[in-house]
Design a binder for this molecule. Structure first.
Ligand SMILES: CC(C)(COP(=O)(O)OP(=O)(O)OC[C@H]1O[C@@H](n2cnc3c(N)ncnc32)[C@H](O)[C@@H]1OP(=O)(O)O)[C@@H](O)C(=O)NCCC(=O)NCCS
Length: 182
């Protein structure tokens, strides 16, 4: 699977993130707000651990079982977040994805812009019939991103994710290929 994807939106470029960006990713994640909202996300990663994770992400992308896209802000050339397709089910032609962005870049519409471009690309590349995403109960900003990108809320999976010693409800969203309006 080609890993030289480069998608352009008015304000962003979506492209592979590199090992050399491990420190930047650590800096973006340092305040712990992503780990607080994404179940299973490791806290306080060292640059070495981040490099190992990036290497794994590249390997999965090369095998065609995932697609990890760094989100670069055009005006500065800096990485500001990630959108990642991590659950590809070829036999049912559907895929699930996640995303995060550094705190100082939030509520500017960047993730909505990135998700629209990424979802369109993934539908085309993987020939999906449907795509899904979910967030923990209470992560309303994440839900807004999905609704803004044309997803429909499809239901609540009760106590679906283990997070910090509790089982938390997850809200699921989906979009069908024919519903994609962008
Ligand atoms: C969720 C996240 C990716 C959103 O990124 P973003 O770039 O801020 O998203 P956008 O600016 O495109 O859209 C955010 C929307 O949520 C709204 N919003 C922001 N904070 C909110 C809150 N606390 N409650 C409700 N809505 C909120 C914004 O107003 C905006 O909606 P609008 O465009 O209709 O006004 C970002 O907050 C993040 O990285 N959070 C931590 C990691 C995470 O939660 N990842 C998703 C896991 S499922």
């Amino acid at each position: 699977m080609p890993t030289n994807t480069r998608l352009e939106t008015p304000r962003l470029i979506l492209r592979r993130y590199e090992l050399s960006e491990a420190q930047r990713m650590c800096d973006l994640l340092a305040d712990g707000t992503v780990a607080a909202l994404v179940p299973g996300w490791p806290e306080n990663m060292t640059p070495e651990q981040m490099q190992a994770m990036i290497k794994e992400d590249h390997e999965q992308d090369e095998k065609g079982v995932a697609s990890h896209l760094g989100i670069e802000l055009k005006k500065t050339g800096e990485l500001i977040g990630v959108a990642k397709l991590v659950h590809v089910v070829p036999e049912h032609k559907h895929g699930g994805f996640g995303y995060w962005i550094g705190t100082e870049y939030r509520s500017k519409g960047y993730m909505t812009e990135a998700v629209k471009a990424a979802v369109k690309h993934w539908f085309e590349t993987f020939d999906f019939v449907r795509m899904i995403a979910h967030h923990m109960q209470g992560n309303d900003a994440s839900g807004k991103v999905l609704l803004n990108a044309g997803f429909k809320e499809e239901g609540t999976f009760r106590k679906h994710v283990a997070h910090r010693g509790k089982y938390v409800d997850a809200i699921f969203y989906g979009i069908l290929r024919e519903e994609l309006k962008y």
